[in-house]
Design a protein around this ligand. Sequence first.
Ligand code: KG4
Ligand code: ZN
Length: 383
Amino acid sequence: MKILAIETSCDDTGIAILEVSKTGNFSVLANIIASQIEIGKKYGGVYPMMAKREHQKNILPTFISALKEANLLKPAQSVFFPTAKNTDIEKILEREPELFKKIIPFFKKFSKPDIDLISVTNGPGLEPCLWVGVNFAKCLSYFWNIPIVPVNHIESHILVNLLENKNIKFPAISLVVSGGHTQIILVEKIGKYKILGETRDDAAGECFDKCAKLLGLGYPGGQIISKLAEGIKAPSTGSGQAKIILPRPMINTKDYDFSFSGLKTAVLYADRKVKIKNKKYKQEMSAEVQQAIIDVLIKKTMKTVKDFDAKSLVLGGGVSANQELRKQFKNKLEKEMPNTKFFAPKPALSTDNGLMTAIAGFYHKKNIKNWQEIKADSNLRIN
Ligand code: KG4
Ligand code: ZN
């Protein structure tokens, strides 16, 4: 079967086409991302209405590129286009008028591709952005009569790990760390989840981004801080010139929750005391920020791995692209829980993409919904 996946939960427009053989083998026919990173750099972050506009602009061209890459883009057989269909599509895209203008000529020009299922992220995420993907999926489902499954973005971050490794053993503990979320999830099996802990304020990725912004390092913060921190020891370990010691919020609490908003405030105060902000200072501050975040993520996650005797530890989300985080997690597991296996997606699949949505759609292919029923839900929970 061929699955078309649509992901627009934040600022990346992701379209993927995944073929799954009868024996369950995955082959990726296309996985294309239109990134809004340049806009984020210009404005210093993601703004929902601006991101929505970009999704509207990018989604159709990204879809066409994916169809081309998968060799599924075929010219239309007939030019007949009933007015009633035009009216219905206009209604679906009531709040995406720019997309509506482009989609009718597209439907006239190309025929229905060989796609069996549409998988679309319906939450959690930025509501206006989610709706672009959902309404686009609805149009395709309605016009071409292709079934559609809504999928949870957090679950997609977990299940993308199955692309390269289907023998993940359960129960697993999954840490999903992104710009919008920080959750520790108990995975009893695919489809059965329990959130054990989560952030009470900012997400870990958001903390990277905000710290980078207030240190004047630029956007996106996670990548910039990790690059600056490469090969540098965190000053709180006693090395380096700077005497920066950041707090590790909630590291010793008995629950599995996090809090990252205090860290940026601590960075702000520490930074005010420094007169000369040379490259060395920026590197050491970056290493300290990164290590403070890593310390709490590892401490709390390891606690759940032990408490639930997890057979696997599965990372996901943009922050899991962080090489230092992965390295330290692996070392800790080997030392303290050597029978627990470690999984993390390759960095390009840690951050948002359509392929993760396709994989989640495959595992929920029975959860087909009538396109009229599907709604975006910015606060969708995994359990
Ligand atoms: O999963 P994602 O692409 O989008 C959301 O669903 O939020 O995650 C984006 C987040 C951003 O906050 C970004 O700074 C962070 O992931 N990130 C990183 C790294 N690469 C991306 N954080 C730390 N180290 C990285 N290498
Ligand atoms: Zn994400």
